[in-house]
Write a protein that binds this ligand. Structure first.
Ligand code: ZN
Ligand code: ZN
Length: 478
């Protein structure tokens, strides 16, 4: 929505023709931004045609801004990878390129995957696909189409990629992403059939079963990067069986029958048996008409979802009052830490910022050292256990504190993470005030010299990135 002050109607009536007239291709940039904002653009006063022009202009402006976003990411990537010695790779430590991906993920609040795609797109659109990058910046195509060009030309021989790109740019502005993709895929296939086939084979090597939870509380289960003929054969087979079930009187939508049938088959039920079970189930349902019975036919009852970590916390820890006051202390502490870190920003030259932020975080960590140990000792469980590996109860407590890896944008469940000693373990004790779940990737990120992780209080952590950005990670409160 445009938030604007109402302007005198006369002024708008006089100005608006000049505003959009003959400006269908007003190029994106600061001036278009001015046209798109401000009181002259009260949408109420524009004609239908003008409204569409405003929409198109705003989209061009978006493309322009996205080209800037990618250019900035490309420049940061260049800086971070420029002095990296590729012969000297240590697999325990994340590479410069992967590290910059994590910086981008944290700064833009996107997943590592999204950030990796952005870094890849940024490098290509400022390198081999510079013309596409320019077209994006000029608003001649949008980010989705730039992605299509990047995807289709990926790993093609340079000369072929160039020809495909030129062909794409000729028609991209007048085609949807689907039309564009189909057209340039055909061109790539014709120019470099071996390369296209090799890429396909490589993609199928990455075939996998994926699972993710949806906002509606269900889960999606997907087989990804199967060979196309395989996937189509499976789909056709299930569809044919589902049609058969419908013909036998199942009135439910085809999609539902297909999903149930596929689920049965994945549960290991033979196809004829699965079909029988589905038909029986439908008849039972219509007979019971919605009553919730025990149901003697329940061949694929959903697996009970694991309860959240919060339950462990509630049963495992002391009284609710203690927890509450603990939370309040942590919140106050977090605010104080935040205040001090902010204080550093703007007070030192940009070049010195990373060092200054690291130092401040380090100082805060040292300053709270005694209080931290004392608080830990004051707790029923006490401070520390001998040895490197945390005992099971401590592990549960740390996992309940953070249900995922403690990198700000990571979703890896903590039970699948390592419990990392924030300050590296030296022979002595292991304690929850120095443990946090880190997935493999972010464990390797933490090993880099240009990243820092501090645990100020049990469960309260600070990440400091190579650029001196910092992120506070708090314990989850239930
Ligand atoms: Zn402790
Ligand atoms: Zn992680």
């Amino acid at each position: 929505m445009f938030v604007t002050m109402p302007a005198p109607v006369g002024a708008i009536a006089n100005n608006r023709r000049r505003e959009w007239e003959d400006r269908e291709w007003f190029p994106p940039g600061p001036q278009l931004a001015i046209c798109l904002s401000g009181e002259k653009n009260r949408l109420d006063d524009l004609t239908d045609e003008e409204l569409l022009q405003v929409a198109a202009a705003a989209r061009r402006q978006t493309s322009w801004a996205q080209a800037r976003e990618l250019a900035a990411i490309a420049e940061l990537t260049r800086r971070r990878t420029a002095d990296e010695d590729s012969d000297d790779t240590d697999h325990r430590i994340l590479s410069g390129r992967e590290s910059v991906t994590e910086e981008v993920a944290a700064a833009l609040t996107v997943t590592s995957n999204t950030a990796a795609n952005l870094v890849h797109l940024a490098e290509r659109l400022t390198g081999p696909l510079a013309e596409t990058g320019e077209a994006l910046g000029a608003g001649r195509l949008d980010m989705a189409k730039a992605r299509v060009i990047c995807d289709v030309t990926d790993r093609l021989p340079e000369e072929v990629a160039g020809r495909v790109e030129r062909a794409a740019l000729e028609t991209a502005s007048g085609q949807t992403t689907g039309q564009l993709r189909r057209r340039i895929r055909r061109i790539a296939q014709r120019l470099a059939p071996e390369a296209v086939e090799e890429r396909r084979r490589e993609a199928t090597r990455l075939r996998r079963l994926e699972l993710w939870d949806t906002p509606s509380g269900t889960s999606d289960l997907a087989l990804c990067d199967l060979a196309a003929e395989d996937a189509h054969a499976i789909f056709n087979k299930i569809t044919a069986a589902a049609h058969g079930i419908q013909a036998d009187g199942d009135t439910r939508p085809l999609n539902t029958i297909r999903a149930d049938l596929a689920a049965q088959l994945l549960h290991g039920v033979e196809l004829p048996e699965a079909i029988r079970a589905l038909l029986t189930e439908t008849r039972d349902d219509s007979a019971k008409d919605g009553s919730v019975g025990d149901g003697d036919v329940a061949p694929f009852a959903p697996v009970v979802a694991p309860s959240g970590g919060g339950d462990d916390l509630r049963t495992g820890a002391g009284g609710a009052c203690d927890e509450f006051s603990g939370d309040t202390d942590i919140a106050a502490l977090a605010n104080e830490v935040e205040r001090r870190l902010r204080h550093v920003q703007g007070r030192v030259p940009p070049r010195e910022l990373p060092h200054a932020v690291r130092q401040t975080a380090q100082r805060i960590h040292s300053q709270f050292s005694e209080a931290r140990d004392a608080a830990c000792r004051g707790d029923e469980e006490g401070h520390g256990r001998p040895g490197y590996r945390p005992p099971a109860a401590m592990r549960r407590e740390v996992e309940a504190r953070h249900s995922t890896c403690v990198f700000p944008t990571c979703n890896q469940p903590s039970h699948r993470c390592d419990l990392d000693h924030t300050v590296p373990w030296r022979p002595g004790i292991t304690c929850r005030c120095n443990l946090a779940p880190l997935c493999r990737r972010h464990h390797r990120l933490k090993q880099r010299k240009d990243w820092r992780l501090f645990q100020i209080w049990a469960g309260l952590l600070i990440w400091v990135t190579p650029s001196g950005a910092w992120y506070l990670v708090r314990p989850e409160r239930r």
